[in-house]
Write a protein that binds this ligand. Structure first.
Ligand SMILES: [Zn+2]
Length: 413
């Protein structure tokens, strides 16, 4: 059965030009200039949809849950269409072999049951368990399950996942770490450095062995480090490494986001929300095997009972894209590409472009600047920089995955 053709009118996210897009099947059939009847400012933007490398769950479901089921996976995946995400990597953190095996089996089952989930899960991210055991770099990963790199164990998990592990975060200094990185890279898995207390030399060895990403650079590190020779500068300076950044407004201060993006360049920066399983839950206190967490009214997710120690992110990628624009002064296109093209390229996934023949994974959105002192105003794609009194927001109007409307509606124009 052929799908009905979808036509949408919006502004090209790269230059703000009004366009008409025809979608047939899962592909863009035609793109041509359009002429709005009313004000162009009323038209939303259209861009490639987002791909998030690191999602830990949603609405109270954790992909790292020892009792994860396929049903829970599907329930945690579908809300992401609402954030403009069509592809993502469910992320399993440091756990026992049995816990990881249960998780990957449930994800595999969900993908085998459901075609949309199989498209959305463009890979799984195994974050740990081969990471630093030190307090600080280890972050919230449970210490009792941190262990030396083990290629045999990884291969068994890869088999259970049905070959879905596409990304693994490793600390290069762990026992057997370099050998593991070489084998993982040779098998086609992307290796990322993270949750590490490595020396600059150990970082270099990891990159020489084939690592190509830094996992949430600037987080998962000691809070006090040497001012010159440190794990962050070494990764920042190496042009072979892309960097993923959590730009939720809490994990990194705005000026550090600006510095990282300028040094790493927008082409080698990847935005991720690293959302916790508590994302999507209302403010309150929540508890699981990782401990008690609290979502504050501001949306900040902290260890329960205090205000500063982060327990993950409760923000999603749409918010990170808006923050990147205001924190780093990048264009709408640069910010969106950091959350779509760049992660797709890194994983070897199809890169979506606004052109004929491309995969129709698209997001339609408005950007507004909410000011504490004035009215909400629309943003220009060419010079979107907001003032310190403004907060940018992405309002998703529609998400199209594989040519199908998965969220919102296509407003006739
Ligand atoms: Zn992490």
């Amino acid at each position: 059965m052929t799908k009905p053709m979808v036509t949408l009118f919006a502004r090209d996210y790269a230059n703000g030009e009004p366009i008409r897009i025809e979608i047939e099947g899962d592909r863009i059939r035609r793109i041509e200039p359009a002429w709005p009847q009313g004000s162009l400012n009323d038209w939303p933007f259209v861009s490639p949809a987002f791909l998030d490398l690191q999602i830990n769950g949603y609405g109270g479901t954790w992909f790292s849950d020892d009792a994860l089921t396929a049903e829970a996976v599907l329930k945690a995946l579908s809300p992401h269409f609402g954030f403009g995400v069509t592809r993502l990597c469910p992320t399993l953190i440091t756990n026992s072999f049995e816990g990881l095996a249960t998780g990957f089996a449930a994800i595999r089952e969900a993908c085998e049951q459901s075609a949309w989930a199989n498209r959305m899960v463009c890979g799984c991210h195994l974050e740990g368990p081969y990471i630093s055991g030190e307090d600080g770099p280890r972050g919230a990963h449970p210490k009792q399950h941190v262990r030396p790199a083990n290629w045999d164990e990884f291969q068994r998990l890869q088999e259970i996942s049905g070959g879905r592990i596409r990304l693994v975060t490793v600390a290069p200094e762990v026992k057997n770490g370099i050998d593991f990185i070489q084998k993982a890279v040779a098998s086609g898995v992307v290796v990322s450095l993270g949750h590490t207390a490595a020396t600059p030399e150990q970082i270099q060895s990891g990159v020489d062995a084939g690592a190509r990403l830094s996992t949430h650079l600037g987080n998962g590190a000691h809070s006090m480090i040497h001012r010159h020779r440190n794990v962050i500068y070494e990764q920042l300076a190496d042009p072979r490494l892309s960097a993923s950044l959590i730009v939720d407004g809490h994990h990194l201060p705005p000026n550090l986001v600006r510095t990282f993006i300028r040094v790493k360049t927008p082409q080698k920066t990847i935005l991720t929300c690293d959302a916790a399983g508590w994302a999507g839950c209302p403010p309150g206190v929540y508890e699981n095997k990782l401990g008690r967490s609290e979502i504050l009214p501001s949306g900040k997710l902290v260890v329960a009972g205090q205000q500063e120690l982060l327990a993950g992110s409760a923000q999603e990628i749409d918010e990170c894209v808006a923050n990147a624009i205001s924190f780093a002064g990048v264009s709408v296109k640069q910010a969106v590409d950091m959350a779509s093209q760049n992660p797709a390229k890194l994983l070897g996934q199809e890169v979506v472009r606004l052109r004929r023949g491309s995969l129709a994974d698209l997001v339609v959105f408005h950007i507004t600047a909410e000011s504490r002192i004035g009215p909400i105003r629309p943003i220009s794609p060419i010079s979107p920089i907001s003032s310190p009194n403004e907060r940018l927001r992405l309002n998703i109007e529609a998400t199209i995955a594989g040519g199908e409307l998965k969220f919102g509606s296509i407003v006739p124009r």
